[in-house]
Write a protein that binds this ligand. Sequence first.
Ligand code: G3I
Length: 385
Amino acid sequence: MMISLCTLISAGISLTSASLSSPNACPSWQSQDLNLRSLAQKRRFIVGSAMPASNLKNDVDGGKYAATAAEHFNLLELENDLKPPAIWTGPHDYHFADVDYIAGEPGKKGWAQQHGLKLRGHVLVYARDEGYTLPQWLRTKGPAMSKEEASGLLHDYIKAVAGRYRGKVAMWDVANEAIDDRPNKNPFNLRDSFWFRKLGPEFLVLAFRWAHEADPRAELYYNEYGIEGGGTKAQHMLDLAKWLKEQGAPITGLGLQYHIDCKTSIAPGDGHYQLIDAIRKLRLGYMITELDVAVRMKRLPAGDPNRGLIPEDPADLDLQAKTYASVFQMARSSRNCHGINIWGLTDKYSWIPGFSRGRDGAATLFDKDYKPKPAYQAIVDVLKR
Ligand code: G3I
């Protein structure tokens, strides 16, 4: 059941005055044929948002969270619930309850299908050892494992997860952030991760092969950050992608995260467009997978509820809108873009204020009160062209 945005307004969800022709009207851009989701559908374009399953399941903010997600996006990516630490509780033990709510247990529809959103799976192999990437039991038991044991466990994990949601996940990040930021002597400058130590670079080929065996119809991506606009890490990623193809890995494309800020310049012919063109020359697709455009925040003490939510200079929100529009413009100018996923639904739950200790934030399309920001209208305008 699609919840009309006008219903949301009557439910007390205020919107930017600029977007309301009169307090009682449902402004033109919000009529069904001009909101982000309906325009994306009309353009056969995918626009998604990364969300925690719990925010959809628990009627967060009186249902505003779920209603906004269903109203404005045609793709959903779980922010953390499909990462190995959230699911892989033991060598052959898996916790699926949270993802089942969104994807549906085998043979049943989940929230995503019930609301007409495609599902993007993030991530089968988070190929780095720090942070929320490897389950704790694997950190403990893994070092003593043989290559065969590690390979067998990874195979069984991918088969269990991608197999359970076969036909329900439109695209997977098969592997994420395997390339180091610091130069090293590993092939493709791969990180010294648990999977690399155990299996060598072949762990990537195996992961793609096993994901394809588990779900032959899902698109399969290698996902990375710090490659936006080109440069050394981007070249490592292109070299890796070329090698994966040469090894027969069934890779669909590259995921470009695009965690950027409102000062980022993206224009035809620059490094951003050159990278997209290099991907095209490899005969690969790409997705912008984790787009958020950070803005400098007012310095507020830790614990202040508005820390990371109030822009230092409100004019930066117009810069942010221009940057969002430039990413969508670039995506729409290339034939091999498979869609854009925004990393977070509303500023209120964005990862950035915590990560930046309150210095940056306001990076998504909706503010803390679920009001569409200038960036929303800016990307609608790009999709309308
Ligand atoms: O679920 C556990 C909870 O059980 C535990 O009590 C708590 C205590 O630390 O941690 C909880 O896990 C947290 C997890 O998010 C789920 O909420 C981790 O600490 C926390 O580090 C993790 O942060 C996520 C981060 O990835 C690390 O994986 C962010 O929310 C998420 O936005 C961020 O997303 C990543 C992408 O996956 C990959 N690209 C970069 C992007 C931003 O870092």
